[in-house]
Ligand binder design. Structure first.
Ligand code: AHG
Ligand code: MN
Ligand code: MN
Length: 332
């Protein structure tokens, strides 16, 4: 079998298709290396004393796990010195992280959810890292304002999923490609090119314990799925909810499905549960690049112009036909 490492894949993308710059290639390699380090830290678990709470809250008002803090540090340190970045922003930090003056600066902005699904970490269920890359607008300081670009401007997005195997799923606007970590060699190897999400699906993902808070269109959509063969859809649907967005989205990338964290009366004040810049945008870019769709129930996620770094948004994404149906119910 011909093995194509992430490095070789990126060099060939640069050389043959001219779709990435040297700096973007470096950025992706550095993020991949950081994900490897996070994967190793997670893998050691209690042996390295990395499980449990860090005893602090983040800017979102959520309790930080030790591994939230460790993963954030790993990504910051890995990306500071390469000269490819103008600044970084993270779900775990209130303000953008400037590149220290002792290092050269580049044109890219890196955004990340260092550890997604961290409530699952102590019960040994898959977690992940989500990242998004923008260009710093010309002549603009890389402060909060520079990050407030619609998701359609992303030049790259990806996620790592730390499951039975560690995978890196990547788009540079040229389809979606999956790399599997070879733990012995310590390198990511291309394992699937041009992933396509099936348009039709019989599987859905939503936290059903929030049902009493849902808006009528979401309730209608889910009720119809639950009614199965005897209902208006005339078919049975299966339900899955990992509670790590990365793992739920990866299942959809693999075999189709719809993922929803809709607006509900519990999260309406903050605009939704998931974060636009660190979760919704990168996942929407990846899902669209794989032939799927992503909306907030009313708008295409990638068209939303952010107003705040830590803005939240409702999310409906996955197989195209189901996302379109659930979205259409919102305007009925
Ligand atoms: P994070 O761990 O980065 O805060 O994200 C958790 C998110 C997302 O991964 C998941 O889909 C959702 O929260 C789970 O929410 P519930 O606990 O409401 O099921
Ligand atoms: Mn998350
Ligand atoms: Mn997180």
């Amino acid at each position: 079998m011909r093995r194509i490492s992430l490095s070789r894949f990126l060099i060939e993308e640069q050389r043959n298709k001219n779709v990435i710059s040297s700096d973007l290639r470096l950025l992706i390699e550095v993020v991949a290396r950081a994900c490897k380090a996070i994967s190793i830290a997670i893998g050691k678990g209690s042996l390295a004393g990395v499980l449990g709470s860090a005893g602090s809250d983040n800017v979102q008002g959520e309790v930080q796990k030790k591994l939230d803090v460790i993963s954030n540090e790993i990504l910051l340190e890995a990306n500071e010195w390469g000269g490819h970045l103008a600044a970084m922003a993270s779900e775990e930090m209130e303000f953008p992280h400037a590149i220290p003056n002792r290092y050269p600066k580049g044109e890219y902005l890196l955004l990340f959810d260092p550890l997604d699904g961290s409530s699952n970490i102590d019960v040994n269920v898959s977690v992940g890292t989500i990242f998004s890359v923008l260009q710093c607008p010309e002549g603009m300081e890389p402060d909060e304002q520079a990050f407030l670009q619609p998701g359609s401007r992303q030049v790259c997005a990806g996620y790592a999923v730390y499951g039975p195997t560690t995978l890196l799923v990547l788009t540079i606007g040229d389809g979606v490609h999956v790399f599997t970590l070879d733990r012995e060699l310590g390198s990511f190897v291309l394992s699937q090119e041009n992933v396509r999400i099936p348009e039709e699906t019989r599987e859905f993902a939503i936290n059903a314990s929030n049902a009493r808070y849902w808006e009528p269109p979401v309730k209608r959509y889910v009720d119809e799925l639950l009614a199965g063969k005897e209902g208006p859809r005339g078919e049975d649907f299966n339900m899955r909810w990992v509670a790590s967005m990365v793992a739920d989205v990866h299942r959809i990338m693999s075999r189709g499905g719809i993922f929803m964290y809709p607006l509900d009366s519990k999260t309406v004040k903050q605009g939704g549960k998931l974060r636009l810049l660190y979760e919704a945008n990168p996942m929407a870019f990846i899902v669209e690049q794989a032939g799927g769709a992503a909306t907030d129930g009313r708008r295409r996620i990638l068209d939303v112009v952010p107003e705040r770094l830590h803005q939240r948004i409702p999310v409906i994404l996955g197989s195209k036909n189901e996302v379109e149906r659930a979205t259409a119910y919102h305007s009925d």
